[in-house]
Design a protein around this ligand. Structure first.
Ligand code: 13P
Length: 257
């Protein structure tokens, strides 16, 4: 049984007061979810306050992005090594918002995976198709391309050691329209099969999360599918009680498999 994992991606939200308050709310409840890993990814500006709020507790610290270069003269950027030094455990790489708006190509995504791996961080590699790609029947081709950019790298086996994949259909992100459990399961199974082409052992151990309008009302159904090992949560991660309810649904998964 793979350990269920629920990660909150707070995106560009929060204030000096609200960020640690939200983190504390999650931390207090997380003790109920033994066997489930949880993490929160605040904006960089609030990382220190959230770090203090979750310190020495069960909720891990994550970030939404890293620089694809080693420390040096890169104005405005934050290096993987700095995050590891800070106690960060997870880093989101290749989120669709970064791919669409901030120039994260497959090549840059691979470079970021390498930086994160070298610093000992766990990469959460995000993949997903747009609505038009799905409507054109290209979902598997798109996902395969995004995954293969990593699998075809000469150092793929070592990069996969410390990696989680998040399937986030772009049409489901922030839209309130969730993939059905069957739609999500089909893609998760496809991803696992693709990984098995390189290593069946790694494919079996890899956690594949679903993201895209996960809410307390649909999480249990999604996490009830055999290849959905947890969630990457956006909007619902901004309310402690909703995020906690979703963690509860992941806990229920433990009992069903
Ligand atoms: P929503 O849960 O708001 O749809 O966002 C999902 C997401 O992009 C998480 O990374």
């Amino acid at each position: 049984m793979r350990t269920p994992l629920v990660i909150g991606n707070w995106k560009m939200n929060g204030t000096l007061a609200s960020a640690p308050a939200l983190a504390s709310g999650v931390r207090v409840a997380a003790a109920q979810f033994a066997g489930v890993e949880t993490a929160v990814c605040p904006p960089f500006l609030h990382l220190a306050a959230v770090h203090a709020a979750v310190a020495d507790g069960p909720v891990a610290l994550g970030v939404q992005n890293i620089c694809d270069f080693a420390p040096g003269a890169y104005t405005g950027e934050i290096a993987a090594e700095m995050l590891a030094d800070f106690g960060v455990r997870f880093v989101l790489v290749g989120h669709s918002e970064r791919r669409a708006l901030f120039g994260d190509t497959d090549a840059r995504v691979l470079a970021k995976c390498r930086r994160a791996h070298a610093a000992g961080l766990t990469t959460v590699l995000c993949v997903g198709e747009t609505l038009s790609e799905r409507q054109e029947g290209r979902t598997e081709t798109v996902i395969a391309g995004q995954i293969d950019a990593l699998l075809e790298a000469s150092d793929a086996l070592s990069l996969l050691e410390n990696l989680v994949i998040a399937y986030e259909p772009v049409w489901a992100i922030g839209t309130g329209e969730t993939a059905t459990p069957e739609q999500a399961q089909a893609v998760h199974h496809f991803i696992r099969t693709r990984l098995a082409g390189l290593s069946p052992v790694i494919a079996n151990a890899m956690r594949v999360l679903y993201g895209g309008s996960v809410k307390p009302g649909n999480a249990a159904e999604l996490f009830g599918m055999p290849d959905i090992d947890g969630g990457l949560i956006g909007g619902a991660a901004l309310k402690a009680e909703d995020f906690i309810a979703i963690c509860g649904a992941a806990r229920a998964r433990l009992a069903s498999f």
